[in-house]
Write a protein that binds this ligand. Structure first.
Ligand SMILES: NC(=O)c1ccc[n+]([C@@H]2O[C@H](COP(=O)([O-])OP(=O)(O)OC[C@H]3O[C@@H](n4cnc5c(N)ncnc54)[C@H](O)[C@@H]3O)[C@@H](O)[C@H]2O)c1
Length: 274
């Protein structure tokens, strides 16, 4: 048996509710952490969805409770994290999955839409991290902060520039928090999902090599949840300031898309010119 070090852990998942047409990253994170033995404070702005994920966790025999808060408001984020930590009796893990994209060409983005994308995808992560840090610092065992970024924060974010810029900001933010609070044993990481899309929670595995974008297979919400579980666990005890890409191999593809029938031609060219 491998000990994930999460039995009895005190965890927060921000955005734990599930909207069935979407990815379910928060739902998966809450379920996986609870399955590993953590008690999970499920923070969500939507009361019904928060209660639903709590029911799902407890129906499986796990421990969870709901807190209703809209973390786009700094004071509300702090109140929610304070309440969670108080009810949990401290804090070991805090996961923030909130975020989402708005679509248009870069120069057509209204200023207010730019601001709202930065708030939703970057500033609220800062609010949540800022609220969680005092509890993690005072935890002798340290703790783990995790946010969701996106592969769009690594490459171009074509037609959703505000989202990509904010997600790139998250990649920087986790490095800075990791650097500043590592001496207290606090690990801070992000996960960059690829094209998870939505409504694919229960889809079976796609066989390797069948999807043109993802050599392995397209990731689903439950694959993102597994990455959350890993980064929260003691298996990642020496991993901090990192962004873990979970995209089925999409972004590392060679831009040249060379086919196997080109190997011989290229080898002949190399031999002739060497
Ligand atoms: N789906 C993808 O392809 C993909 C790809 C890359 C990254 N992501 C990232 O995944 C995350 C979204 O995952 P999802 O689609 O499973 O989540 P979602 O949008 O379905 O939201 C999950 C829950 O978060 C709650 N929530 C939203 N805003 C909130 C707020 N301000 N305060 C409190 N709760 C709030 C919602 O009520 C919902 O119950 C985002 O960070 C997104 O950038 C998704």
């Amino acid at each position: 048996m491998i000990d994930l070090g999460l039995d009895g852990a005190r965890a927060i998942v921000v955005g734990a509710g599930f909207i069935p047409v979407r990815a379910g990253n928060g739902r998966g994170s809450a379920l996986q952490l609870a399955r590993a033995g953590a008690t999970v404070a499920c923070i969500d702005k939507d009361a019904e969805r928060a209660e639903q994920i709590v029911r799902e966790v407890t129906d499986e025999g796990g421990k969870a409770f709901a807190i209703i808060a809209d973390v786009l408001d700094s004071a509300a984020a702090r109140r929610a994290v304070d309440e969670a930590a108080e009810r949990l009796g401290g804090l070991d893990v805090c996961v923030d999955i909130v975020g989402g994209a708005r679509w248009s060409k870069a120069a057509d983005i209204a200023d207010k839409d730019w601001d709202s994308q930065i708030l939703l995808n970057l500033t609220q992560v800062f609010y949540v991290f800022k609220a969680a840090i005092p509890y993690l610092i005072s935890n002798e065992m340290g703790g783990s902060l995790i946010a969701l970024t996106s592969v769009d924060g690594i490459g171009s974010s074509r037609f959703h520039a505000g989202y990509g810029a904010a997600k790139a900001g998250v990649i920087s933010l986790v490095k800075t928090f990791a650097d500043e609070y590592g001496e207290h044993g606090v690990r801070v990481n992000s996960i960059a999902p690829g094209n998870v899309g939505g409504n694919n929670w229960d889809l079976p595995e796609v066989p390797f090599g069948e999807d043109v974008v993802n050599a392995l297979a397209p990731p689903r919400g439950r694959d993102i949840a597994d990455a959350v579980l890993f980064l929260a666990s003691r298996l990642a005890a020496k991993i901090t300031g990192q962004t873990l890409v979970v995209d089925g191999g999409a972004v590392i593809q060679s831009p040249w898309r060379m086919t196997e029938d080109q190997i011989e031609r290229n080898a002949a060219f190399s031999n002739a010119t060497s």
